[in-house]
Design a protein around this ligand. Structure first.
Ligand code: DQA
Length: 155
C-alpha cells in the first residue's frame, strides 16, 4: 500500500480542471454528456488516483481567468494537469499560454468526440500544448486521464 498522500505533496497532486457549463454535468444535454454528475466523476477519479498514491485537486469554473489562475497555482502545487476546457477549447489563447507557461504534464479531455460534432469544435487551442488528448470516451475519459497521469508521474 502506498503511504497516505495529502494534497500538500505537489508532485503527487493532480489538478482536474473543468471549464464552463461542466458544473451542469448530469443534467446538461444528457444525450451528449451522459447522466453522471461532476461530483460523481470527481469521486471516481479521486478513488482511481488514490489507488496509485496520488491526490486530486478539483476546480470547475465558468470564468476563463479563474481557470488561468488555477493553472498558475498548479505550477508549484501540482504534478500534472487534466483539463476539459469545454467551450474555451475552441477560443482561448489565454488557457493555451497558461498551460505552456507552467510546463506540467497535461492531458486534455473531452467527453464527446468533438471531431464528430460541429466544425467549430474540431479545432482546439489546447491540443498543441497537451501531452495527450482523450475524446469521445464519455465521462469514463476522466478515469482514463487519471490512469494516464499515474503512468506519466509514476512510470
Ligand atoms: C466538451 C466539448 C466542447 O466542444 C463543449 O463546448 C463542451 C464540452 C466535451 O467535454 O465534450 O462544453 O469539452
Amino acid at each position: 500500500m502506498p503511504d497516505a498522500i495529502t494534497e500538500n505533496d505537489p508532485g503527487r497532486t493532480v489538478l482536474f480542471l473543468n471549464g464552463p457549463n461542466l458544473n451542469l454535468l448530469g443534467v446538461r444535454e444528457p444525450d451528449k454528456y451522459g447522466s453522471t454528475t461532476l461530483r460523481e466523476v470527481e469521486e471516481t477519479v479521486a478513488k482511481t488516483l488514490s489507488a496509485h498514491g496520488l491526490a486530486a485537486r478539483f476546480v470547475q469554473s465558468n470564468h476563463e481567468g479563474v481557470l488561468v489562475d488555477a493553472i498558475h497555482a498548479a505550477r508549484t502545487e501540482c504534478g500534472a494537469i487534466v483539463i476539459n476546457p469545454a467551450a474555451f477549447t475552441h477560443t482561448s489563447v489565454a488557457l493555451r499560454d497558461a498551460i505552456a507557461a507552467v510546463a506540467l504534464p497535461t492531458v486534455e479531455l473531452h467527453i464527446t468526440n468533438v471531431h464528430r460534432r460541429e466544425e467549430f469544435r474540431h479545432h482546439s487551442y489546447i491540443s498543441a500544448v497537451a501531452d495527450a488528448v482523450i475524446v469521445g470516451a464519455g465521462t469514463h475519459g476522466y478515469v482514463l486521464a487519471a490512469l494516464h497521469v499515474a503512468h506519466l508521474l509514476l512510470g
